[in-house]
Write a protein that binds this ligand. Structure first.
Ligand code: SAH
Ligand code: ZN
Ligand code: ZN
Ligand code: ZN
Ligand code: ZN
Length: 496
């Protein structure tokens, strides 16, 4: 069986978030996720475990049916494989090495480009035939510029923020009074915070980086970096790291904490949302005051076409118009530059009116929506929202009773707006509902869709309180397909 196709939700594969304390088998990336194939007619398919972090079987080929009996020999072999795939050093060893490296003379400080590692004097003989270079203090303080960005398209491509986007995020968060930033998959933001502290012009901010890229362990102390998988909330270093997170989340001396996450865009929304709500729960338990129904402030950076999926899982979140752009992504550039606009946005449970988007870049405040919007996102009096998602000016269609993309036209036979060259009459009904098989609606509109299993602990995370800036964090919803193919299809459709 091809696990890369299996783990791809586009074929009607759903992630099942564990309900009890049933433990999943582990791959080198920690506990695997449980997937279920959903067949037409809503029948549940056989469930299987596959890697949480890798969308491509080339990167991790773990596969196990849920009801498989795994032999002792197989378990031992698996454990050996997991061990073999661990980083070359433990986090403790990395910290020791980091201290040693820091004490070297400037001319002794070397970095092996082939192995992407800082070299101590004892390593030189092993790396002598490799490409290595001397490294300066400035380079040491900017690991995200020193390390070669990972470029595995499917699982782990690293796209680094431009200065524009990093400073925007930093200044905004500092301005809102946050003094601690939990960086989940945002190594560049983490280092910017440390550099900003050195300037001594601002109130210092604390920063903790959680990332699966263990190369970063070479540059940070134990309370600054944890080797972590955000798809299963797994700390590779176990208790030692999870207690670092706990200590960080405790807001002693009134230091407000905020999370910023920039997951790989191929990632599955549901497990990410689950992780973020677990982090929020941990945070909530650690707060002394009576904010039992407040959620931790968070910013989740992701492409705009995931909005429905994200809001389905985290209904207290709202998408902002700010376009995040990246240094090493040729397409994801800010609109003003004349290049293609970035589709990447901020999803947050912070009050949108508090996040001031820069006027000089073309954002304005909509006093009706009470949020900052992109200049071309004009408020529609009929819909009573600023409707644009993609940065273009949308137009109201009176037949549909809502706004649509400028390139779309109302189609009489489909009964809704679509691209002029859409496969007419085919868009609705023909494939039927994936959940119950009816030809009258799609799964989205299925009256039975909520009858599916709802994870307990997600429902518990629900709580309503209108007085705080965050609404209940997590909401279980019906199953829906997503995944690379659907994303690609959607992205293509959305960009027209
Ligand atoms: N824009 C960010 C980088 C985002 S790229 C910045 O400039 O700081 C995505 C990041 O998520 C990378 O750092 C990558 O190593 C990390 N990542 C990818 N998969 C992950 C996983 N399963 N768990 C934790 N971090 C992951
Ligand atoms: Zn794996
Ligand atoms: Zn508006
Ligand atoms: Zn409208
Ligand atoms: Zn229409």
């Amino acid at each position: 069986m091809d696990t890369s196709a299996a783990a791809d939700e586009s074929f009607g594969i759903e992630v099942i978030i564990p309900e009890g304390d049933k433990t999943a088998p582990c791959c080198p990336h920690g506990p695997t996720l449980l997937f279920e194939k959903v067949a037409k007619g809503g029948e549940k398919g056989r469930r299987f475990y596959a890697c949480s972090a890798c969308r491509d079987r080339k990167d991790c080929n773990f596969f196990q049916w849920e009801d498989d009996k795994v032999s002792e020999a197989r378990l031992l072999a698996r454990e050996a494989e997991n061990k073999a795939k661990r980083p070359p050093f433990s986090q403790k060893e990395y910290i020791k090495r980091f201290k040693k490296f820091a004490s070297l003379q400037l001319h002794e400080k070397k970095f092996c480009e082939d192995c992407q590692m800082l070299l101590l004097s004892g390593d030189l003989s092993t790396h002598y035939s490799h490409k290595s270079k001397a490294i300066t203090a400035a380079e040491l303080s900017r690991p995200s510029a020193l390390l070669r960005p990972l470029d595995n398209k499917k699982s782990n491509a690293q796209y680094l923020f431009t200065d524009r986007s990093s400073y925007f995020l930093l200044d905004t968060l500092a301005g809102l009074g946050y003094r601690k930033v939990l960086n989940v998959g945002t190594p560049r933001l983490h280092e910017m915070i440390k550099l900003r502290n050195l300037e001594q012009k601002h109130e210092p901010m604390k920063s903790l980086l959680l990332d699966i890229d263990f190369r970063y362990a070479q540059f940070y102390n134990k309370d600054e970096f944890c080797h972590y998988n955000m798809f299963n909330h797994h700390f590779f270093d176990g208790e030692a790291s999870s207690s670092v997170l706990q200590a960080f989340l405790k807001e002693s001396d009134g230091e407000k904490v905020v999370m910023v996450a920039d997951p790989p865009f191929g990632g599955l929304v549901k497990p990410l949302a689950n992780t973020f709500s677990l982090i929020s729960q941990t945070w909530r338990k650690l707060q002394s005051s009576d904010n039992s129904d407040v959620d931790m402030p968070m910013i989740w950076i992701f492409p705009y076409f995931f909005e429905p999926r994200i809001l389905e899982c985290l209904p207290s979140f709202i998408m902002l118009d700010y376009q995040v752009d990246y240094d090493n992504h040729p397409l994801y550039k800010h609109g003003k530059t004349g290049r293609k606009q970035s589709p990447v946005r901020l999803f947050t449970n912070i009050f949108p009116k508090d996040i001031v988007l820069p006027k000089e870049e073309g954002y304005r405040f909509c006093s009706i929506c009470e949020r900052y919007v992109w200049s071309l996102n004009k408020h529609c009096a009929k819909c009573n929202v600023c409707p644009s998602k993609d940065g273009r000016e949308w137009k109201h269609c009176s037949a549909c009773g809502k706004c649509a993309k400028p390139s779309w036209r109302h189609c009489q036979s489909c009964g809704h707006c679509a691209l002029p060259d859409h496969p007419c009459g085919l868009s609705q009904g023909k494939e039927g509902c994936f959940n119950c098989g009816s030809l009258k609606h799609k799964r989205k509109g299925c009256p039975l869709k909520d009858s599916h299993r709802i994870s307990n602990h997600w429902s518990k995370a629900k709580s309503g309180n209108k007085n705080v800036s965050h609404r209940p964090l997590f909401k279980p919803k019906a199953k829906r397909k997503s995944g690379a193919a659907r994303r690609a299809k959607k992205a293509a459709a959305q960009s027209k």
